[in-house]
Design a binder for this molecule. Sequence first.
Ligand code: FCB
Length: 462
Amino acid sequence: MHANDATSAADTATLQTLIQSLPADFQWGSATSAAQIEGAAREDGKGESIWDRFCAQPGRIKDGSNIDVACDHYHRYPEDIQRMEWLGLEAYRFSFSWPRVRPQGRGAWNEAGFAFYDRLIDELLAAGIKPNATLYHWDLPQALDDSIGGLLSRDVAPLFAEYAAEVARRFGDRLATIATLNEPWCSATLGYETAQFAPGHTNRAEAYQVSHHLLMMHGAAMQAMRAVGSKAQLGIVLNHTPSFPADPLNEDDRRAARIDDGTNVRWYMDPVFRGQYPADIVEHLGADAPRIHEGDLALIQQPLDFLGINFYTRSVLNGRQQFVTPPGELGFTDMGWEIYPQALTQHLLRITREYTPPPIVITENGMANADRIVDGRVPDAARIAYLRGHLEALAQAVALGADVRGYFYWSLLDNFEWNSGYEKRFGLFHVDYATQERLAKDSAHWYRHLIEGFKAARSSAG
Ligand code: FCB
């Protein structure tokens, strides 16, 4: 037993809060994505993705790294599943790589690629872990970018729907959930407006056109998966970073926060749940607002079985719509993101009130920390505090009426953090990239004990 003894008073109290507030069938999980962990970038017929291409462009990735090997999970998945079992995970969220299973994004399927996910899913099930899949976690087939302009083309939606239907047909009876998209805001804004993500464009009109096509991909995929009779629960995963005015009494600051909320939260929630884009943001965008065809919004507004929310931090804005450094009373993560768990409680309650969503799952939450191995351990007390704070905030939201069914810590392993490369470590397991050795951090021990305690309470109650 490590120094992070989960039976300390604080953690007993946390556990009690969770046991009292969360439903007995609450799912404990952890999340990853294909591009960030798999490696095997050119193996068994995998096609190139826009992230393979982006990494090859000088200056795009802070440490100059790429995803050729990443965590080598493609080869090491059996031992990684053993780690999930050791943690006591009930659910694991991973993503399919579209170019691995359909290298050109259209045309022939790659059976070797499907075989990998087939093995992964079977071994997860054998370990008693529910597989939760995401179809699009940012790794578009490069061939589609080359042939049709990728996400800039409306034609991407029916192609994505074909891929979704194929996954649902093959795996729909073994997957617990299938999410269409992960964080479309990031694909659109970071990929097409700020150039931080692949494919690295800097054009706001493109970003909003892409956001519309992503939402059409979501709608078309939902329809296609329902049509093949998939048994998996179907939904979408959105990143929500609640916006706060720097000075709540300043009207300009409040307006800036409303616009930021509109572009981040409402731009995606309103079409999915109400079949319309928020009017104030359409006006704010002016000529950069997307071109929409008749019927598009009806396609986007499909009934969902669950809503995935990824929550990390909040934003604070002033009247010039600029992000200001927040007070950070609980500190900042290694990404520079403020630790502000109470925003999670408020936000879950707001979403519940304003949208009447289906059951919510926290599909990502976690922190990057400057972790070091010290005497064979990774003493990441800051991550334990982050976890505790956010789980308590989540429990509070549930106690006040939010319907949250599960929690996935981001991430299982340290991995490729997009344009930050391998320098930012989010994992419960430390990864030594030279040897591919994994080491459970103190937070992994903490999470394991928490899950164990929760399960013990559940079985003694049941
Ligand atoms: C989210 C992404 C995930 C990971 C975390 C830190 O935006 O979905 O892949 O990079 O942030």
